[in-house]
Ligand binder design. Structure first.
Ligand code: BES
Ligand code: MN
Ligand code: ZN
Length: 502
């Protein structure tokens, strides 16, 4: 969707179906935009605000039919204030998302930008694009959406520059990539095999002009990823390993290299340690890490970030065919350690172990994995927060700072080494699961065995990757959680590298 910028000092004159205005202050009547619109509507606006008990608190919206008093047909007020301190970027994205959601009912919308700063414009555009998202692939007839947003405009006070329009285009593009991640997560497992996932990644990389190598089962055998192959044993669908690379046009020794790794379980039945039906229902979401990884790499390429970015996807089903791997099996791994399988439902750490070993071989400055890894993490932090584990404090700070700016919720959890005992096996180097207590931590400790001394962040997105209902800026179903923070992280890596070089 094209989002354009227009200059209009008189917001009463903006011609559009829906005019969206954010309310930032607690004293609504004193808000200059509200005051202007109120006098244009001859007091109708404030009367509606009172009647509907609209306080301007974050999350509230108020739609008013303008009845010819202004050039727009409808007015939408979006509440933006909250007692939490939030970045301008996060507030702007929120505004954009609410506008985008509402936009589904209108052919054109115009949104009044709170400021003309780059991060504000970009996140408004991201917000509108992601807010307008719905997964409609399997609707026909009356449930098929009738109207798609045709025209979105951001209204600014000063003449917009070319650079500002580019910022808006960038925001819309990043939003589209978040939506791509959501589409992949929402796609049912019968329509998304590991091969399909890899093929989509390859197509998108081709469009973006970056390299993408796909390894099929045969090639994975040659490459040496025994743990990925073990998880795949019970499935009739072949695994795939995907290696995408974006390289900036000019690189030198100071160019940082960041490797992202994504868990790509196109369906997790639990394997022989089969999940109960209710836990299995949403397990098409178990490739969310892969979807987020793809989104981040493509965004880095689009934004031409001065960072070398690799994306690795380990894709397979976890099924129960006759050759399925068993509890008690001992398997070799890419880095040589032997692993004793305890519970075949802990398949994510298996495929990630080999992928992280491969990631380390690329000698990255940082490596970051996204994985819907443990139910325990969701038990610990709830459904909206991602667990962050990191073996380097400076890197953890960088990532958490990026998340503060985007407004996605991350919380650091400890790599508590006193729980490592739980991973001791009587017959192999490592047992692959610990006890029920601290399950997210022991999973992370298992992964740590495969990262050596590389600086590494592990992001357990089991909660926020997929939601039962809409929450905040996140939609129901696949959320694409992690894409925008990953991109923001890369931007801060780029600017720190530049500062260091100076
Ligand atoms: N994919 C699941 C984790 C998960 C659960 C993701 C809920 C999203 C929502 C993972 O493979 C899994 O099954 N983990 C087990 C590990 C256990 C067997 C040690 C879990 O969390 O129960
Ligand atoms: Mn599992
Ligand atoms: Zn899983």
């Amino acid at each position: 969707m094209k989002i354009s910028l227009v200059k209009e000092e008189l917001i009463t004159k903006v011609k559009t179906d829906l005019l969206v205005v954010g309310v930032q202050s607690k004293k609504i009547a004193k808000d200059p935009l509200v005051a202007k619109l109120n006098s244009a509507t001859r007091g109708v606006l404030l009367r509606c605000i009172k009647d509907e008990e609209f306080t301007g608190k974050k999350g509230q919206t108020l739609a008013v039919l303008a009845q010819g008093s202004i050039s727009a047909k409808y007015l939408l007020l979006v509440g933006l204030w909250s007692d939490k301190k939030e970045s301008a970027e996060s507030v702007s994205r929120w505004l954009g998302v609410f506008a985008g959601r509402e936009a589904q009912k209108h052919a054109s919308i115009a949104l009044v930008a709170p400021s003309q700063k780059d991060d504000v414009l970009r996140s408004i555009a991201e917000g509108i694009t992601t807010g307008a998202y719905r997964y409609t692939r399997y609707f026909t007839g009356s449930r098929k959406p009738k109207q798609r947003l045709r025209k979105a405009t951001i209204v600014v006070q000063q003449e917009p520059t070319k650079a500002a329009q580019k910022t808006v285009d960038d925001g819309a593009r990043v939003g589209t990539l978040v939506n791509l991640a959501r589409d992949l997560v929402n796609c049912p497992a019968n329509h998304l095999s590991p091969a399909d996932l890899a093929e989509i990644a390859a197509e998108e990389c081709k469009k973006a002009g970056i390299s993408c190598k796909i390894y099929n089962k045969n090639a994975i055998e040659k490459l040496g990823m025994p743990l990925l192959l073990a998880v795949n044993q019970g499935s009739s669908r072949e695994p795939r390993f995907v290696h995408m690379v974006y390289k900036p046009i000019t690189t030198d020794k100071t160019t940082p290299r960041v490797v992202f790794v994504g868990k790509g379980l196109t369906f997790d039945s639990g394997g022989l340690c089969l999940k109960p039906p209710t836990s299995m229902l949403d397990m098409k979401e178990d490739m969310s890490g892969a979807a987020v990884t793809l989104g981040i790499v493509l965004a880095a390429a689009h934004l031409k970030l001065p960072v070398e970015v690799h994306g690795l996807i380990a894709a397979t089903d976890n099924s129960i065919g006759p050759d399925a791997y068993r509890p008690g099996d001992v398997l070799p791994s890419r880095n040589g350690k032997f692993v004793e399988v305890i519970n075949t439902d802990a398949e994510g750490r298996m495929v990630l172990a080999d992928a992280l070993t491969y990631a380390g071989e690329l000698k990255p400055t940082y490596m970051v994995d996204h994985a819907t890894l443990t139910g325990s993490c969701e038990v610990a932090l709830g459904s909206y927060t991602c667990g962050l584990f990191c073996n380097n404090d400076q890197l953890a700070r960088l990532y958490l700072q990026a998340s503060k700016e985007t407004g996605e919720s991350y919380w650091r959890l400890p790599l508590a080494s006193d729980l490592k005992d739980q991973l001791k096996s009587a017959i192999a180097d490592l047992k692959h699961t610990g006890s029920r207590y601290g399950g997210a931590i022991t999973a992370a400790l298992f992964l740590q065995e495969f990262v050596g001394n590389r600086r590494w962040v592990h992001l357990d997105i089991a909660g926020p990757a997929f939601l039962e209902r809409q929450h905040g800026t996140m939609p129901k179903g696949g959320t694409g959680f992690g894409v925008i923070t990953g991109v923001r992280f890369l931007e801060s890596v780029a600017s720190t590298a530049k500062k260091d070089a100076e």
